[in-house]
Write a protein of this length. Structure first.
Length: 154
């Protein structure tokens, strides 16, 4: 009798799973949007952040006119935050970070949307932005609602 065994019929599942997990670890980093459940104020659902667009220019309507997630050190970084649902006296806060944890700036705006609203924020550095990874975190009345990453390159 031979001591050599044929692979089990489920061995291909293990191999496929390992290959998929390896591919996920090597996937390129892209802009991410992490939405939190709709916050409530006095039991009433508050506005919901549905989108963050980044770019180097913004139009009169507050929307990004030149979208990108890769900026030059001399660029002004604009963020257009789209929210849904009506609300009154809602505080939107944009917190900008360099290298995941170094706080750059926090900016708050109080909004009272009746439906869909685009609120713009921007970030300027006259000395130029260091090369690296950045992120902007949007909070609705103190609760994290969305996070988007971007890069600064030469």
């Amino acid at each position: 009798m031979s001591a050599i065994r044929k692979p089990g019929r489920y061995a291909w599942i293990a191999v496929a799973t390992a290959l998929i997990l390896a591919a996920c670890d090597n996937a390129p980093t892209t802009t991410t949007h992490a939405r939190a459940p709709a916050a409530k104020k006095h039991g009433i659902p508050m506005i919901d952040v549905t989108r963050i667009d980044l770019g180097t220019a913004i139009g009169a309507d507050g929307r990004i006119s030149q979208q990108t997630t890769v900026f030059k050190p001399t660029d002004t970084v604009y963020a257009a935050v789209t929210t849904e649902r009506p609300g009154h006296g809602i505080v939107l806060k944009a917190t900008w970070y360099f290298d995941e944890s170094s706080l750059i700036k926090e900016v708050s705006q109080t909004v009272s949307p009746t439906d869909t609203l685009v609120t713009d924020f921007h970030l300027v550095n006259d000395a130029g932005w260091p090369i690296g990874r950045y992120k902007i975190e949007i909070q609705v009345d103190g609760q994290i609602a969305a996070v988007t990453e971007y890069n600064v390159r030469q």
